[in-house]
Ligand binder design. Structure first.
Ligand SMILES: [Zn+2]
Length: 497
């Protein structure tokens, strides 16, 4: 245990952080990797199993072609080389949630190698190298019952659910990322965010961190500034939110700096991240390399994707987030920060759909990032899951542009749409909301207000123009705020000149 504590800023004056990420992604194929069982999340425990994924004697695996295709897609999107020939391997280890006592994975012959992903942090681009992308099968899930923490320690008994066993799992491993200094935690988070967006655009996974379909292990090490020697790394397991990716790197930098400052040695080990404290605790030591006794899987033929198939997959790639980013920044004249805040706020898709529905980019941003973001925040939901469509927002924006609504009325319409009162047009109709722009209607209201306030009218006539506010106010009340105040003022002054 360390006794000194080191602040983040101090740590960075003496040490250079290096991080790397191993990300597991459950593919969204309809069936499992080596059998026909369905992969739907949340099924009754052990209802989506068969002899193959339970590892019963005599059963034989058959490769899922869609899983291979998805993995190649991911590799191409991450600028990797695609192997023209590779094999699956058996990784032997014993764990109750792994029914075969080995996992079919890839070892020294991954399907995709040597790529990169560019990520943007505070307007700067950092290139994160991709070491490999390989395909394997997921394990089952253990449930520890009776303990206080849900961990195996202190539990009375454990249950195993094999529904997840055999779901295709892609592992994406980065190269070590040096040179990001104090921004290391942010770059790590930005990488996972960008990777998630790439995977989502490819439509190969639902990438839900909270459901475990995207899981990260974060490696962190420190090297004394200027030494050129990389330190021992720790591996923080199953960090399950974007914010936790950032916090786990941050806390490991502080912890390792304290160990090194005391003249101690960072131990190569896995660590667990705790959401509540934002700290990591020691897990399994990795000082001795585990021997998984890998060997080529004898029950499967090698994978040999022919060049024409790979070319066809490459041609089918959608617009990737980096290209979309460049396109939208140019088309909408955005700054990097405006773009990032929209993306981080989860508003990019709805803003773009609102623009497609006819609103100007500025108006679409204004409503989604302003009023609607506030309301989403108040009710604790994503802005994109508010009960209002981009078409509704575009319609409100059009009504403002046409002068039918002013900003105050537009907000009232948005609230009513959110409350389920119908489309913007229905709300305007039902509530009789529309700016009174017809001068004759306004003049009638103005004449009434003048008659009701003869003293004020007299003051204005004698040159005290400021007094006109009383009459303007009366007209605004009479029209329930639906008049354009500036126009009312003009008309009042004309009337009393
Ligand atoms: Zn099965």
């Amino acid at each position: 245990m360390t006794t000194v504590s080191v602040t983040y800023e101090e740590a960075l004056t003496r040490y250079e952080p290096v991080f790397g990420l191993e990300t597991h992604v459950e593919l969204g194929t309809r069936t499992k990797m080596f059998c026909g069982c369905v992969t739907t999340f949340g099924g009754e425990p052990n209802s989506q199993v068969c002899p193959v994924c339970l590892g019963l004697p005599g059963s034989l695996p058959v490769m899922n072609r869609t899983a291979i295709e998805y993995t190649i897609k991911i590799g191409l999107a991450l600028n990797c080389s695609i192997a023209s020939w590779c094999r699956f391997a058996r990784k032997n280890y014993f764990y109750p949630d792994m029914p075969k006592n080995f996992q079919i994975s890839q070892y020294d012959e991954p399907l995709c190698t040597d790529g990169y992903l560019d990520v943007s942090v505070n307007g700067q681009t950092v290139r994160v190298g991709i070491e490999r992308v390989h395909l394997e099968e997921d394990t089952g899930k253990s449930l520890h019952i009776g303990g206080a923490t849900g961990r195996i320690q202190g539990a009375e008994y454990s249950l195993v659910d094999y529904n997840r066993a055999g779901i295709p799992l892609v592992e994406i491993v980065t190269k070590p990322v040096p040179g990001t200094g104090s921004q290391a935690p942010e770059v790590a988070r930005a990488y996972v965010t960008e990777l998630r967006d790439v995977l989502r655009s490819l439509d190969v996974s639902d990438v839900r961190m909270e459901e475990g379909s995207l899981r990260c292990d974060v490696n962190t090490s420190l090297s004394p500034v200027g030494s050129g020697v990389w330190g021992t790394r720790t591996e923080t397991k199953n960090v399950n939110s974007l914010r936790s990716v950032e916090r786990s790197v941050h806390s490991e930098i502080e912890r390792q700096a304290a160990v090194l400052d005391e003249g101690g040695r960072v131990i190569q080990e896995t660590r667990h991240f705790h959401e509540d404290s934002g700290e990591t605790t020691s897990g399994r030591s990795k000082e001795e390399a585990e021997d998984y006794r890998y060997f080529p899987e004898p029950d499967l033929v090698p994978v040999a994707p022919d060049a024409a198939w790979v070319d066809a997959i490459r041609a089918s790639l959608p617009e990737l987030p980096s290209a979309r980013r460049a396109r939208l920044i140019a088309a909408w004249s955005l700054s990097d920060l405006e773009f990032e805040s929209m993306r981080n706020g989860g508003a990019l898709d709805v803003v773009e759909e609102t623009v497609v529905a006819g609103a100007s980019p500025r108006e679409a941003q204004k409503w989604w990032m302003g009023e609607l973001a506030r309301r989403a925040n108040d009710s604790g939901v994503e802005v994109s899951s508010l009960p209002i469509t981009p078409a509704d927002v575009a319609r409100v924006s059009a009504l403002v542009a046409a002068g039918t609504l002013n900003d105050r009325l537009a907000r009232e319409v948005l609230d009513a749409v959110l409350a389920g009162e119908g489309t913007p047009d229905e709300v305007v109709e039902k509530r009789g909301l529309a700016v009174v722009s017809d001068d004759s209607a306004l003049l009638a209201a103005i004449d009434e207000a003048i008659t009701a306030n003869p003293d004020v009218a007299e003051k204005v006539r004698s040159g005290k123009v400021a007094a006109a506010g009383v009459i303007v106010g009366a007209v605004m009340r009479a029209t329930r705020g639906q008049a354009d105040a500036a126009r009312v003022r003009e008309l009042v002054l004309e009337r009393l000149s």
